[in-house]
Design a protein around this ligand. Structure first.
Ligand SMILES: C[S@@+](CC[C@H](N)C(=O)[O-])C[C@H]1O[C@@H](n2cnc3c(N)ncnc32)[C@H](O)[C@@H]1O
Length: 240
């Protein structure tokens, strides 16, 4: 679904681009250019509203069960946690509260619009322990051994190059740190509702892919309120 955001973003850039090279030599804007820039900004805002309504709505388990999910993640005061594919920042802001002023949340996404929204949310909440990080399709671009916990919700199945992304996550996690994945559960061959028809693999496949990178499966706690999604934890083995 983030593909639609990318297409939208491309449209916004096309509209915004009209006011670039064609601008007046004195730097002033023609009325039609100013209108174009304003409508692009409005459209951007509208788009984020759509995403907020889609991701932060009671009918979405990851929203309605968010407190139980955060509890299961088990963050401590002072932890550094990476929220990979942070989206609207639903979990980012909850994690920021948990880790407190001595901790930090690295909210990573490949969509700059989401990162702007997260920065805005952090500013509105007056929290300064959130850092928005622009990742790439194949690399989360986080410093080596920088985080205690990595959290990936409803995002793993979107990775275009799962092996490369997961290797970059392995590098970013401290030895002994945890990786948590929350994903739609699917049963091969099952008739799936439209909203999860894009999910291509089930829990067993994900576990074997993640273990192939070097993580060790730890546990899959039952999280109250999660019925369609599973919650699994891995650890990065401590250095020998
Ligand atoms: C369904 S949203 C989930 C957002 C958030 N984790 C939540 O559960 O509310 C998926 C997110 O993954 C992001 N994404 C897709 N591919 C990614 C990649 N390779 N690296 C980082 N983020 C990615 C999208 O931009 C989008 O924000």
């Amino acid at each position: 679904m983030f593909r639609r955001a990318q297409i939208f973003l491309a449209m916004v850039l096309v509209v915004a681009g009209c006011s670039g090279p064609g601008g007046d030599a004195d730097g002033g804007e023609r009325p039609s250019e100013a209108a174009g820039a304003a409508s692009a900004a409005d459209a951007e805002e509208e788009n984020l509203d759509v995403w907020l309504e889609r991701l932060e709505v009671g009918s979405r388990e990851l929203y309605s069960a968010r407190d139980a999910v955060v509890e299961a993640v088990g963050l401590k005061e002072g932890d550094w946690v990476a929220d990979i594919g942070a989206g609207t920042g639903l979990y980012t802001v909850l994690f920021a509260e948990r880790v407190g002023a001595s901790g930090r949340v690295l909210a990573e996404d490949i969509e700059p619009l989401f990162l702007d929204l997260i920065n805005q949310r952090a500013a509105d909440l007056n929290v300064d322990n959130v850092t928005a990080v622009l990742g790439r399709e194949d690399d989360v671009t986080l410093p080596k051994s920088s985080v205690d916990v990595v959290f990936i919700a409803d995002t793993y199945h979107y990775f275009e190059d799962r092996e490369a992304v997961m290797r970059s996550i392995y590098e970013a996690l401290k030895p002994g740190g945890s990786l948590i994945l929350v994903e739609f559960d699917i049963t091969p061959g099952e008739q799936r509702a439209d909203y999860k028809s894009h999910v291509r693999f089930g829990k067993a496949g994900v576990i074997s892919e993640v273990e192939f990178i070097g993580f060790k499966f730890s546990d899959a706690p039952v999280v109250v309120g999660l019925d369609e999604n599973y919650f699994i934890r891995f650890v990065k083995p401590a250095a020998p």
